[in-house]
Ligand binder design. Structure first.
Ligand code: BJW
Length: 247
């Protein structure tokens, strides 16, 4: 039976979708496993940790400044748009619940119009003051001279509002609550290398949810899913979501 036909038999009411770098790949944003997880010869783990920031703040700021600037050159693709349109349609029915959890720090889901959206690894478009903890919109590169608008100190007070390795991801209580209640969990374009996101499928399954993975290749946690759909998110996500949009 084709994937869409078997999925039509489901009539989900509480959906959690997890996205990773693969959903933005067709927009031109590089995934982490591209280049073997390296950025200009630095291991990702060496630029995305609090220890790296303490050791070499300029290198880490440069890494995020480049990625923040890149947001101006990319746009949401058909997978981002399909998720936003699906959410709007799905929530017309009372009692339906939909939560989109993204590990991505780009703003492509926001720009596509997704509403019930949580950025569990933070956002490139935000910075945080190291002294006050206040979060600010951040359009410009962060330099040592960047002045935060809360305490007005202008030397290395701002950091990217990004969850680095060893730090606690954001919104975890809300995410776990939704996972424990969902009846459908869809994971799109994530390699399953990084926790706690890689463990979400187990929580959803334990709650009795049907679990579906959409990826170019099987992820590290592929065997935990009921179903795997292999292909580019830009093609597969709109196709799969249509199965429930016609109901
Ligand atoms: C397509 C496609 C197309 C391509 N269509 N698909 C040992 C064991 C277990 C855990 C740990 C451990 N040692 C340490 C840990 C914990 C650690 C961790 O998981 N480390 C691993 C490396 C082992 N995790 C943490 O430290 C986290 N915090 C934490 O655990 O706190 C404690 C806690 C306890 C209890 C509860 C909750 C918390 C924090 C993790 C922070 C991750 N941060 C990063 C970088 C910062 C953000 C940034 O700079 O962008 O987030 S790492 C990086 O990986 C980034 C991503 O969000 C994340 C996930 O990557 P993703 O999205 O999966 O991308 P890729 O590149 O890996 O994969 C792309 C996929 O797309 C591939 O599968 C392709 O096939 C696919 N694809 N094109 C569809 N067109």
């Amino acid at each position: 039976m084709p994937a869409e036909d078997s999925l039509k038999l489901l009539s989900p009411q509480k959906i959690v979708v997890l996205t990773g770098a693969g959903i933005s790949a067709e927009s031109g944003v590089k995934t982490f496993r591209d280049n073997d997880g390296l950025w200009e010869h630095h291991r990702i783990e060496d630029v995305a940790t609090p220890e790296a920031f303490a050791r070499d703040p300029e290198l880490v700021q440069h890494f995020y400044n480049l990625r923040r600037a890149q947001l101006n050159d990319v746009a949401p693709n058909s997978a981002h748009h399909a998720l936003a349109a699906f959410e709007q349609h799905f929530l017309q029915k009372t009692d339906n619940e939909f939560l989109l959890v993204t590990q991505n720090v780009d703003n492509l889901h926001d720009r596509a119009g997704s509403k019930n959206l949580l950025h569990m690894h933070g956002e490139l478009a935000l910075s945080r003051c190291i002294n006050s903890g206040q979060i600010h919109q951040q359009k410009q590169p962060i330099t040592p001279e960047s002045r935060c608008t809360c305490c007005h100190i202008n030397h290395n007070t701002l950091r990217p509002h990004i969850v680095w390795f060893g730090e606690m991801p954001l919104h975890m209580d809300t995410i776990y609550q939704a996972l424990e209640q969902c009846d459908l969990f869809i994971s799109i374009g994530t390699s399953g290398h990084v926790y706690p996101a890689a463990g979400f499928v187990e929580i959803a399954r334990a709650a009795g949810a049907y679990t579906l993975e959409i990826n170019l290749e099987p992820s590290q946690v592929n065997r935990l899913f009921h179903q795997h759909i292999q292909g580019p998110a830009g093609t597969e996500v709109p196709k799969i979501l249509k199965t429930w949009q016609t109901i």
